[in-house]
Write a protein that binds this ligand. Sequence first.
Ligand code: NIG
Ligand code: FE
Length: 408
Amino acid sequence: MQKMIVKNIGMLATPEGKTARRGPEQGQIRVLKNAYVEIEDGLVTKIGTDAPDEGGGQVIDAGGKLVTPGLVDAHTHLIFGGWRQNELGLKLHGATYLDILAMGGGILSTVNATRAASEEELTEKAREALDEMLSLGVTTVEAKSGYGLDMDNELKQLRTIRRLSETHPVDLVPTFLGAHAVPKEYKEDREGYIRLLREELIPAVAEEKLAEFCDVFCETGVFSAQESQTILEAGKRYGLIPKIHADEIDPIGGSQLTEAVGAVSAEHLIVCPPEGIAAMAKAGTVACLLPATSFYLGSTFAPARAMIEKGVAVAMASDFNPGSCPSLNLQFVMNLGCLRYRLTPEEVLTAVTLNGAAAIRRADRLGSLEVGKQGDLVIWNAEDLNYICYRMGSNLVNTVIKKGQKII
Ligand code: NIG
Ligand code: FE
């Protein structure tokens, strides 16, 4: 039996519950002063004020600082070859994200680099990113495929995720995103690629149990709403839970699809129309918002306040990828959540913990500090929650505890 007690916590801030928090509940969190958390065999066993004197096990003194649950990054494109710094010049000369993709760059250039990389190379590269995420307070990461776009390379990406999840302290959650773009060899035969996805790739991913979710990039020039629906329905037949990249650049119906397919989350939603918000509220879909991508693309920001007001649970994630968001810093995302979405620090905390966990179907065991949940927490160099939402550009992590082990 392994026991740890984190004591002398100046402020413990955590959402509560085993499901996403929506509407006014998103901002209602539990705050305890002078608190302690006891973790046994990786799970939280006690939380209270004024720690008991003895009891054995490892004692961590939080020094009066802020403690929150470990952060959950519910949307990343973690596994990719190369980078795309060459696109910066194109952007500065006015090329848009979709212009670069239409020229065969963007996602398609990362597909070339990812196909050329071995599983070992992809693993080592992603391991460095995961180390950095952990150092920034992230203890769970969703990771998508989507830069292989053929049988061998999609499976290679997903096997890389599996391998990392067996060896890295961060928990990884795999998503199949074979519908990230139409690969160049199917440029004249998009129907053929969709058939390949439905009839070969999805069954192979399910057979090897390499993913829990199926995602599609529903966007102008990528997959239409109707194509996205067919792909997600095929995924469902093989047990893959639907997610949708929707309304990132053009509102072509992705967010409205959430209700029809029963999507666990919809991602981006930068230009989400009111009908999309209504569909998500009805379906109980989590809106997984990615403000660092809006920042990087220089676009507008998702209507987060309207979503909360209409009863949609809002999560926030990094979208870490080599094109539209080369940042994995969830602390920056928290800043943007306050400054650009106008969420309160309490709503922001819920967005990057419990609601993030709900977006990847982990809210029953992650995303809050409560008895029975996993012992994942961060001690911050901060005295309260406002401070970590207010400071910008510094890493405010002091200590990271994962499943009751001190990792950082
Ligand atoms: O979520 N939008 C689609 N996919 C990623 C970008 C991937 C890339 O540009 O390589 C995103 O922003
Ligand atoms: Fe994405």
